[in-house]
Write a protein of this length. Structure first.
Length: 223
């Protein structure tokens, strides 16, 4: 299945470390980030799940629920979680803060086109790549990143991207290269000049360019 940005994200049912779920029902009226892993008890995956566990409060601030997928069983996941907690220095007695999907049959990995065909596991099957899907409250795909199995993800960048998407959903701005929350934004090219004062009371600065075209317009980051 090929998914494009803005497409409805397919629903599915799965067994997870918190029990069976219907994915859309589990998301509820918020957002979700689904991120996949080649296997349990692997080094890069362990660092990633520990990182996300620590970032759960940041995802919660953005009304985003994390959920992981790994190509092993729930029983395996539950044992692996103890290693993840130890590596991340998380409280051993606390419940793990997000579910992990059982995709031991690779059904979801195939359905959602998550396979890294250059990385072959011990069973002779392609490993699941490090896919990232961000799904909004309308159950639409808003962000898709595919990392190779050998490269760990930068979850700070994923949070930054979610901040940009959620901001630009509400305001007629776009975020420039290396933007961070609070930095200046770009006014979208579709905003006519006669609406600038109303939409951007903090003011708009046009960047002088050799072409003479005033398409690079900056404004303070809207609240």
């Amino acid at each position: 299945m090929s998914l494009n940005l803005g497409d409805p994200f397919p629903n599915f049912t799965a067994d997870t470390t918190i029990g069976p779920i219907d994915f859309h029902q589990w998301i509820g009226d918020g957002w979700a980030i689904l991120f996949s892993h080649p296997a349990d008890y692997t080094p890069v995956c362990t660092t990633e799940l520990a990182a996300v566990a620590k970032l759960v409060p940041e995802f919660t601030k953005r009304n985003v629920k994390p959920i992981a997928l790994s190509c092993d069983t729930v029983e395996s996941h539950r044992g692996w979680i103890e290693d993840i907690k130890a590596y991340g220095q998380l409280a051993a007695a606390d419940p793990f803060p997000f579910p992990i999907i059982d995709d031991s049959k690779r059904e979801l990995a195939v359905k959602l086109n998550m396979l890294d065909r250059d990385e072959i596991g011990s069973a002779g099957l392609p490993l699941t790549c490090r896919a990232v899907f961000v799904i909004d409250a309308g159950k639409k795909l808003r962000l898709s990143i595919l990392y190779p199995a050998t490269t760990g993800r930068n979850f700070a960048e994923i949070l930054r991207t979610i901040d940009s998407i959620q901001l630009t959903d509400k305001r007629r701005v776009a975020t420039p290269a290396d933007w961070m929350p609070g930095d200046s934004c770009m006014v979208q090219p579709t905003v006519p000049a006669d609406q600038l004062a109303t939409l951007f009371p903090a003011g708009v600065d046009s960047v002088t360019l050799p072409s003479g075209k005033q398409y690079l317009r900056k404004t303070e980051c809207p609240n």
